[in-house]
Design a protein around this ligand. Structure first.
Ligand SMILES: C[S@@+](CC[C@H](N)C(=O)[O-])C[C@H]1O[C@@H](n2cnc3c(N)ncnc32)[C@H](O)[C@@H]1O
Length: 274
């Protein structure tokens, strides 16, 4: 897979993600040192909702450099991580060796997940900042259904689509909580933003990205149409990153400050293959 920027949206996204791997490995945001020291990279929301993973065959879609995949391996899962970035997958394999953890890493796009990572999984998992990179959620859900064994579960935690409509460039609480973008968008939005979310001081040379906004209804509908039964769809007033600047860290999550409207900032879905 080439990392050169072209007119192909996924190639632009790949070039950007390739450049971000080394930056993220060194950033305090990802807490690699703490992970190697024994900390989990998984947040309390995921840990409270995903259920027991010990002994389960688990596929982590869009695993980046594998911290969450390896955290599941540490909890006893037979974990596989998949990502389209060759650099991220190489870094994940290196981290697995450093941490002394047994996990498999596959370099592939989500739309070829079943072919590349195989089938018969008890759990398929994805979290935080994954769906906006995918042009076609029907293909995504079809791959999830194919990867799962009958009775297996899919779990997703993601930023709420309402969050993407808010003014994240506003300077005040009132500005941050006003709607400035559409909830319904056709086709990708193209961004030219050189700032890395984990290290905003670093200017990326691959600054183009293409992102797709998927509504809550679309996510649930494609999963149902792929043959999964929804166990729950939870909306949360908290988030694991500062989605708009005025959110406040409470020690575990970012939340709206006192006086701001209490909006859904994230959501989680669990679905089961019949
Ligand atoms: C925000 S990160 C992953 C979130 C993960 N929770 C984390 O923070 O480590 C998004 C990941 O999606 C990957 N990605 C983007 N588009 C992809 C695609 N079409 N197929 C597979 N991986 C993709 C990127 O390489 C990146 O590692």
């Amino acid at each position: 897979m080439s990392a050169e920027a072209t007119d192909d949206p996924l190639a632009d996204n790949l070039a950007r993600w390739e450049e971000q791997v080394d930056i993220h490995l060194a950033s305090g945001f990802y807490r690699v040192k703490e992970f190697l020291g024994g900390e989990t990279s998984l947040d309390p929301l995921v840990l409270s909702e995903i259920g027991d993973v010990a002994g389960k065959k688990l596929l982590h879609l869009q695993c980046h450099f594998g911290l969450d995949t390896l955290s599941f391996a540490r909890m006893g899962a037979k974990a596989t991580g998949l990502d389209f970035s060759p650099k991220a997958i190489a870094a994940a394999r290196k981290l697995a060796a450093e941490a002394g953890l047994d996990a498999r890493f596959v370099n592939a796009r989500v739309d070829e997940a079943a072919k590349a990572a195989g089938t018969g999984y008890d759990i398929v998992f994805a979290s935080w900042g994954t769906l906006m990179w995918l042009p076609d959620l029907t293909v995504w859900a079809g791959n999830i259904a194919e990867c799962l064994m009958p009775g297996g579960t899919f779990y997703l935690a993601e930023g709420h689509p309402l969050l993407w409509t808010l003014d994240d460039e506003g300077k005040t609480v009132a500005e941050n909580f006003r709607i400035v973008r559409s909830y319904f968008l056709d086709g990708p939005q193209q961004w030219e933003n050189a700032h890395d979310y984990a290290e905003p001081g670093i200017a990326l040379t691959h600054f183009k990205s293409h992102e797709w906004q998927h509504t809550l209804g679309e996510v649930v509908t494609v999963l149902a149409e792929a043959g999964l039964r929804i166990d729950f769809l939870h909306e949360h007033d908290r988030l694991v990153w500062a989605g708009v600047p005025s959110l406040e860290w409470d020690g575990t999550f970012y939340r709206a400050p006192e006086g701001a409207p209490r909006l859904p900032l994230s959501y989680s879905v669990r679905a089961r293959k019949a």
